[in-house]
Design a binder for this molecule. Structure first.
Ligand code: KG4
Ligand code: ZN
Length: 321
């Protein structure tokens, strides 16, 4: 029987220092995340310098902890996989330098992994890959639609022309005074609001996305409401959240289902931090069922930045040689 590769994954592209061990693409033996989010919250966004320094402090204990939880020694590893790009340059450098040093010291091959690809393949972390598929990645830094025909064979179908979907959630949350990151706060409040209360929409035709217009529309609406009524009532904030979320989710769902149809793909895969959103997951499921598409969404623990997706993709790369 063919032995499954055992891979140590390292991810440090933004504010989370992550390490994971996978024994085969679908078997995550351990995954550890140390977040520096609390140090950034006061600034309303990620401060790159703070993130890099936090990675320096966390990288050794995080990798140690992942190996320990997986009961793994360096000698039993087949390779190391590390997020190479895209991300904050200082943050990426900590992970890639550390991974390179380990690969030299332990005599292991090193695989450089693309962060967006890792988010996308996380959709298949518990299932075998199903080529060809159309993939949607929705995160704080990226919103992309891709057609993937086979290992390493992918074509970009669409991307955001301005803000990423998660960035729009974060900016709207900031306008509403909900803190950072905005996605979880908006989702929570949207549950108590009316999705049709305000007629927001995302205005971008084709397979590209644009979220900067809707963010400005929310800003102008908030200013108008405050001028007329003073401070916003809790119900109004909930209505704004629900209406904004409705518009963004509808746009993401329509464009990914439309792209899968045009590409005659039978499979849709979705990953990234925004894919944690329960309303998006439900709407995707309903739309995919109606369109006769098979849907794979990254399991919730593997939606935000994590190294399990890196180790898992690393295993696939090792198996492909
Ligand atoms: O994938 P990720 O952890 O980091 C990047 O690669 O950017 O994504 C972070 C983004 C943030 O913008 C955050 O607000 C968003 O994912 N996010 C959500 C939710 N949870 C996180 N957006 C909408 N609903 C959520 N529940
Ligand atoms: Zn990410």
């Amino acid at each position: 029987m063919k032995r499954v590769p055992v891979v140590l994954g390292i991810e440090s592209s933004c504010d989370e220092t992550c390490a994971a061990v996978a024994a085969g693409a679908g078997h995550i033996k351990a995954h550890v995340v140390a977040s520096s989010l609390a140090h950034h919250a006061a600034y309303g966004g990620i401060i790159p310098e703070i993130a890099s320094r936090a990675h320096l402090e966390s990288i050794v204990p995080v990798v140690d902890e992942a190996l320990c939880r997986a009961r793994m020694t360096p000698r039993r590893l087949d390779a190391i996989a590390v997020t190479e790009n895209p991300g904050l340059i200082g943050s990426l450098l900590v992970g890639t330098s550390f991974a390179r040093a380990l690969s030299r010291a332990w005599g292991l091959p090193l695989f450089a992994v693309d962060h967006i690809r890792a988010h996308l393949y996380a959709a298949f972390i518990e299932d075998p890959l199903r080529f060809p598929f159309v993939g949607l990645v929705v995160s704080g830094g990226h919103t992309t639609l891709t057609k993937v025909s086979g290992p390493g064979r992918q074509a970009l179908l669409g991307a955001t022309r301005d803000d990423a979907a998660g960035e729009a959630f974060d900016k709207v949350a900031k306008i509403l005074g909900l803190g950072y990151p905005g996605g979880p706060a908006i989702e929570r409040l949207a549950e108590h609001g009316r999705p049709a209360a305000f007629p927001f929409r995302c205005a971008c035709e084709g397979s590209d996305f644009s979220f900067s217009g809707i963010k400005t529309a929310v800003l102008y609406k908030v200013r108008e409401l405050k001028r007329t009524y003073g401070d916003l009532a809790r119900e109004t904030v909930a209505d704004l959240c629900a209406s904004f979320q409705e518009a963004v989710v509808s746009d993401l769902v329509a464009k990914s289902i439309g792209a899968a149809r045009r590409q005659r793909a039978k499979v849709l895969a979705v990953g990234g931090g925004v894919a944690f959103n329960g309303y998006l997951r439900r709407r995707l499921r309903e739309a995919a069922d109606a369109a006769g598409l098979e849907l794979f969404i990254a399991p919730r623990p593997y939606c935000p930045d994590n190294a399990a997706m890196v180790a898992s993709l690393g295993c696939r790369l090792v198996s492909e040689g």
